[in-house]
Design a protein around this ligand. Structure first.
Ligand SMILES: NC(=O)c1ccc[n+]([C@@H]2O[C@H](COP(=O)([O-])OP(=O)(O)OC[C@H]3O[C@@H](n4cnc5c(N)ncnc54)[C@H](OP(=O)(O)O)[C@@H]3O)[C@@H](O)[C@H]2O)c1
Length: 332
């Protein structure tokens, strides 16, 4: 296993996303299961953990911070602000707010919940298009100067926004969805990251379970599962997407790995700066995912995977209209 880099940090080639330990894909697992999972990740050599103020409206940071606290010095802890839960008379709602004051509040709340003095990698979770990126990143830069944060990252930004931000303060990582079925970063952001020396952290690298081959029936997804609102997981589209899997699974068998390992190893092949960030609640799945960093794929297998599942062969958009409007889709 050859480590990858984020700024001065050496990290395992595959990270662990903690979102679904509190949020996103149905009912979260009990705290004992979370503890087992995180400790097993450490045992397997994972040393880069990703959370956010948004996940479980703070509950995820509290949970992850508590379990990882005794191991704090040997991990890279990443969190995000600029999108968080805000209390309204009718309940807590998700709000994107990139104003300097909001970012500072988010960061200080995160430090408290995580039980740490400093966050190693702090991302702007979404660029708030009502606020110049320079203002949001300017405040994040002040958090670095104050020692509250070590490195800065951005999530779901275009190459143009990345370059504007990088002119204010060095950006060490970009976190954006990337997998065989979501290729947007190939337009410009992967190259922009390479140019400025930033890591590219690929979220939802298993295509939110599609590329594991284990999610066959989307009608079984829980009512609160966010995939229910994603066009690719709508029953008719998903049925079409499932027709891509038999050839893909045959290819994985030929390559001597599982379908999810093929998906993760394909990502690792896209550049030394690419770090897949899968999420799981299950220790067997975790072991399987981490196993991908030992998988060697031939040029022919990589090319065939590339041709089988891509933006032209998949049916349905990745996000619904609201979420799509919140990402930065400027292309250059
Ligand atoms: N920056 C952003 O805007 C943003 C957005 C989304 C996510 N993220 C980050 O990226 C992380 C990962 O995202 P994600 O959770 O969507 O990634 P993902 O790994 O593509 O999808 C997770 C889903 O796949 C399943 N899964 C994973 N490995 C599996 C395996 N080996 N076998 C069977 N099922 C498997 C999980 O179920 P099980 O629990 O059953 O394994 C879960 O339902 C998040 O935790 C978060 O840190 C960031």
């Amino acid at each position: 296993m050859t480590p990858r880099r984020i700024g001065p940090f050496e990290v395992a080639p595959i990270a662990l996303g903690c979102m679904n330990l509190s949020h996103a894909y149905g009912a979260p697992p009990p705290p004992e299961q979370v503890q087992r999972l995180l400790l097993q990740a450490l045992d397997l050599g994972v040393n880069h953990f990703d959370t956010a103020a948004l996940y479980g409206f703070g509950a995820n940071e509290t949970l992850v911070g508590r379990v990882l606290k005794p191991h704090r010095s040997r991990i890279v802890l990443a969190s995000k602000g600029g999108m968080a839960g805000v209390s309204f008379p009718d309940g807590v709602k998700r709000v994107i707010d990139g104003r300097p004051g909001a970012i500072r509040r988010n960061c200080e709340d995160s430090l408290q919940r995580l039980g740490t003095d400093v966050i190693d990698l702090y991302y702007l979770h979404r660029w708030d298009k009502a606020v110049p990126i320079e203002d949001s990143v300017g405040e994040m830069s002040r958090l670095v100067q104050e020692g509250k944060v070590r490195l800065l990252g951005l999530s779901e930004v275009s190459a143009a926004t990345l370059r504007r931000a990088h002119a204010v303060h060095p950006i060490s990582a970009v976190q954006t969805e990337y997998s065989l079925w979501t290729r947007n970063p190939e337009i410009a952001v992967l190259q922009a990251c390479r140019d400025i020396g930033a890591a590219f952290v690929a979220f939802s690298p298993t295509a939110r379970a599609f590329l594991t081959g284990k999610l066959r029936d989307v009608t079984t997804l829980e009512a609160k599962d966010i995939r229910r609102g994603m066009p690719r997981f709508a029953a008719e589209n998903y049925a079409r997407n499932l027709t891509l899997l038999p050839a893909y699974e045959t290819l994985a068998r030929e390559a001597g790995c599982t379908p999810v390992q093929l998906a993760l190893a394909w990502l690792l092949s896209r550049g030394e700066h690419v770090i897949p960030l899968p999420g799981t609640t299950n220790t067997d799945h975790l072991r399987e995912n981490v196993g991908a960093w030992e998988v060697q794929l031939s040029a022919s297998v990589l090319a065939r995977a590339d041709a089988l599942i891509n933006q032209h062969t998949v049916t349905g958009g990745r996000y619904g209209a609201q979420s799509e409007s919140e990402v930065d889709t400027e292309r250059f």
